[in-house]
Design a protein around this ligand. Structure first.
Ligand SMILES: [Cu+2]
Length: 485
């Protein structure tokens, strides 16, 4: 585990070929292109070949050994890596006891490769295989996970990092930090949790790996998710045996933070350090300094920290829940803080997308929207139903757009919980296209608030638009954006 964790955490400088994952060069001139294909189909870089295996395995969370499902034998799975413009072929095999799928979260790839069974890509049956083949047009900190029931609340997640050849990257280390809420093998199974939510009368048990009392009181204005988890993890480790990342005092590190949780928003801070946020969901923002940031499920933030001398806790507090996840950053001597140690900057006012502006050159082309559509978020705990525009997914009327149009989504949250709303295959800009808001693909919409986003319809197909709370999505909080011809 030690070697794996070191490989995982340390120093992916340069092209990412040092990952120990199969990758090989290819001749861009030989890659197929089509004049009808969207931006995402044009390869300008290398061909990279990877293998990926979903399987039942046993992992050590840091003193607690659990049986779970994962990509390979680690959680998170090994990162995949490419450079924007590369063609990526992933030979995927499914050794799980049931069908699954792989969705490439944040990659604006061809619709047929998006990994949503019944909409874009066939599911891969137990024992089956699927050959993914796509071009990655957009750089950034991305990841992948199943789009299949509640499988994401097991260990099936891994980073997908896409480097930007135009970005200098002035930092000494790059560390990927994947946050997760964990129940599999410690508490109830995701399916048991869902069954409990669906049969609840609203009183709730509040037990470990069960209903979250905070979620129940969420009806009165709190906002802590629907599920209580026995453990919270950074890079697959509990706080009692954390991932430890090494550097030298004064070095600059780029943190690539991914929230792979099913039901947990995290507040994250590095003890004694500011975080200089540089990207969200892969898009550059005007660098913005904060003591602490809040990250919803499916969101990604990149931040630079300049390290002091000592041993520092990087803490992730599950929002509205009890518990703590942490990693350690060691640059020198000093005692290791206790697992329960809570950096004081966790209590500072957290940065969210509101505080960010698009970096120069990252705004969408300025345009007034050709179409404006509403996305009304609502739901209830008893019965356990979550809806978009008054309908669960099986009853939904998809949003529509035409290729080339600029579309506006008016997201209105009429519930007392935050919902991370994720759009597949595209980004959007918060506020006006061409304006000052950040580009993102997942936005954490606060309770009883509205957020307008504009998108450019440059990748035809049928695309999921959904809440990235796995239990909300499963309970119906999904719709689609379908291209009309
Ligand atoms: Cu939700």
């Amino acid at each position: 585990m030690e070697l794996t964790r070191r490989q995982f955490g340390l120093g992916f400088l340069g092209t990412g070929l040092a990952l120990g994952v199969a990758a090989c060069g290819g001749n861009p001139a030989s890659l197929a292109t089509s004049t009808l294909a969207p931006t995402s189909a044009r390869a300008t870089g290398q061909l990279r070949k990877y293998t990926l295996n979903a399987k039942a395995t046993r992992v050590d969370l840091g003193g607690r050994i659990v049986d779970t499902w994962a990509f390979g034998d680690t959680i998170p799975g090994k990162p995949l890596r490419a450079t924007a413009g590369d063609r990526v072929q992933v030979a995927f095999s499914n050794d799980l006891p049931m069908a699954t799928s792989v969705h490439w979260h944040g990659l604006q790839i061809l619709n047929a490769m998006d990994g949503v069974p019944g909409v874009t890509t066939p599911e891969t049956p137990a024992g089956g295989a699927f050959a993914f083949d796509f071009v990655v047009p957009n750089a950034g900190t991305h990841w992948f996970h199943p789009h299949h029931g509640l499988q994401m609340d097991r260990g099936l997640y891994a980073p997908f990092i896409v480097d930007d050849p135009a970005e200098p990257g002035s930092y000494d280390h790059e560390w990927i930090l994947v946050l997760d809420d964990w129940t599999d093998g410690l508490g109830q199974s995701p399916e048991q949790i869902m069954a409990g939510l669906q049969t609840s009368t609203g009183s709730g048990s509040g037990g470990m790996g069960g209903m979250n009392m905070g979620g129940m009181s969420g009806m009165q204005g709190m906002d802590g998710g629907d599920v209580t988890y026995p453990a919270y993890l950074i890079n697959g480790r509990m706080a009692s045996d954390p991932d430890t990342l090494a550097a030298k005092p004064g070095q600059r590190v780029r943190l690539r933070i991914i929230n792979a949780s099913a039901d947990t928003i995290f507040t994250i801070a590095l003890d004694g350090h500011d975080l200089n946020v540089t990207h969200t969901d892969g898009y550059a923002v005007k660098p913005t300094t904060t003591q602490v940031l809040r990250i919803g499920m499916g969101e990604r933030y990149d931040a630079i920290a300049t390290l002091g001398d000592g041993v520092f806790t990087l803490a992730a507090q599950p929002y509205g829940k009890q518990g703590l996840a942490r990693a350690l950053i060691r640059t020198g001597g000093g005692a290791v803080p206790k697992a329960s140690y809570r950096p004081s900057n966790l209590d500072a006012s957290p940065l969210t997308f509101d505080a960010l502006q698009a970096a120069p050159g990252t705004a969408l082309p300025a345009a007034s929207p050709d179409t404006t559509q509403d996305l009304v978020l609502a739901g209830s705990m008893a019965p356990y139903t979550w809806t978009i525009n008054g309908a669960t997914y099986d009853q939904t009327t998809p949003l529509t757009i035409k290729a080339g149009q600029t579309g506006r989504l008016r997201i209105v949250n009429q519930s007392m919980m935050s919902h991370p709303i994720h759009l597949h295959g595209h980004s959007f800009q918060i506020g006006d296209a061409g304006g000052t808001g950040p580009r993102k693909d997942t936005v954490l919409v606060p309770p009883m608030r509205g957020v307008n986003v504009d998108l450019l319809a440059d990748n035809p197909g049928k695309w999921m638009v959904h809440c990235h709370n796995a239990y909300h999505a499963e309970a119906g909080m999904m719709t689609r954006l379908d291209y009309a011809t």
